[in-house]
Design a protein around this ligand. Structure first.
Ligand code: PPS
Length: 335
């Protein structure tokens, strides 16, 4: 058990108290496994959630009403969500906030991207008895995020014309990033998660919002059948051809860069503003904390492709490659 002091700094979605009656009843019917950080994971609609997070999932499924103009960032955990939030925020608000780093007033210089683009189930709807007042959001498009699998999205997201930007990453790097992140969040009294134990769980699909492969596959298939609704992105493409991917993203969300903007360097300004070096070295990201408890610096580790090689054995790499090949290759998806 975490100590009392540890519980008070544990993010809400990792706590197991203050559950609604409805959530308790749903949980009692669900398969359960031991969690990576919180004590338990529950399998709901085929995917794994921590106890309190599940309450956020149920609440946003019930209460969130998407508008046709909304933009929703959806990602598998540790795939570069923080980075994509920064890109999308600066892209959509470039007329109000000049992304040139000479502009000392840009909101990203003083706020972590997760504060500017909140998660539905982890932030806005985590407290069942305090629903967010979204009518006060006057900016359009409204920009939200979630890690929810397609099957669990609030119905209005699926049925409205809102846009979904989906981001995933090579599962080997996503796993290592998740392993580091969860070790940072684990109460000190529980020590570190063993790499082997976490790896076995990840391979079995028992990880936050896992199985990883089912999460990715559902969005991949939807992005093929509804390309105007879902844009499918990968961390590796953001790293390797950032200008092109950012331009495609701008077109997808309906605000392509004009020739004048291109010539004025707006694309490069956004890339520089949101770069790992720039964001991770800001005071707000070195010292700040989210209201949910995570330190901002926990979202910036190394931001590289292939860091898994520094942690996984050749056999582990082979094992993950084989699972990925078996589950995704026939659908035209490779990492
Ligand atoms: N600007 C920028 N550029 C490149 N990479 C970046 C950037 N910001 C965050 N990161 C890396 O993204 C990883 C964190 O993933 P997420 O942001 O998806 O985390 S979360 O799911 O929202 O908790 C984590 O990856 P790892 O470094 O491999 O752990 C971060 O370092």
């Amino acid at each position: 058990m975490p100590t009392e002091a540890e519980s008070s700094v544990t993010p809400k979605y990792l706590q197991e108290n203050e559950l609604s009656q409805e959530c308790k009843e749903v949980i009692s019917t669900l398969p359960m496994e031991r969690g990576w950080v919180a004590s338990h994971l529950h399998q709901y609609q085929g995917f794994w959630h921590t106890t309190r997070q599940l309450q956020g999932v149920l609440s946003c499924q019930k209460h969130f009403k998407a508008l046709d103009t909304d933009v929703l960032i959806v990602s598998t955990p540790k795939s570069g969500t923080t980075w994509l939030k920064a890109w999308t925020f600066s892209l959509l608000h470039r007329n109000q906030h000049d992304p040139n780093t000479q502009n000392q007033n840009h909101p990203l210089l003083f706020n972590n991207p997760h504060f500017l683009v909140p998660f539905l189930e982890l932030d806005l709807y985590i407290d069942d008895n305090t629903l967010p007042d979204l009518t006060s959001l006057i900016t359009s498009p409204r920009l939200f995020s979630t890690h929810l699998p397609y099957v669990s999205l609030p119905k209005s997201v699926q049925e409205s014309a809102c846009k979904i930007i989906y981001l995933c990453r090579d599962p080997k790097d996503a796993f290592i990033s998740l392993w580091h992140f969860t070790n940072m969040l684990r109460p000190k009294s529980r020590g570190m998660n063993s790499l082997q134990e976490a790896f076995d769980k990840f391979c079995r699909g028992v990880s936050l919002y896992g199985p990883f492969w089912a999460h990715v596959l559902d969005y991949w298939q939807k992005s093929l059948s509804e390309p105007n609704k879902i844009m499918f992105m990968r961390f590796e493409e953001m790293k390797m051809k950032p200008r092109l991917v950012l331009q495609e993203l701008a077109t997808f969300v309906g605000c392509p860069f004009s020739k004048e903007e291109e010539e004025a360097g707006v694309v490069d300004h956004i890339l520089k503003l949101c770069s790992f070096d720039n964001l991770s070295n800001l005071q707000v990201n070195k010292n700040g904390k989210l209201s949910s408890g995570e330190e901002h610096k926990a979202f910036f580790r190394c931001g590289q492709i292939g860091d898994c090689k520094n942690h996984l054995t050749a056999e582990m790499i082979q094992q993950l490659n084989t699972i990925t090949q078996e589950k995704l290759a026939e659908h035209g998806l490779r990492f």
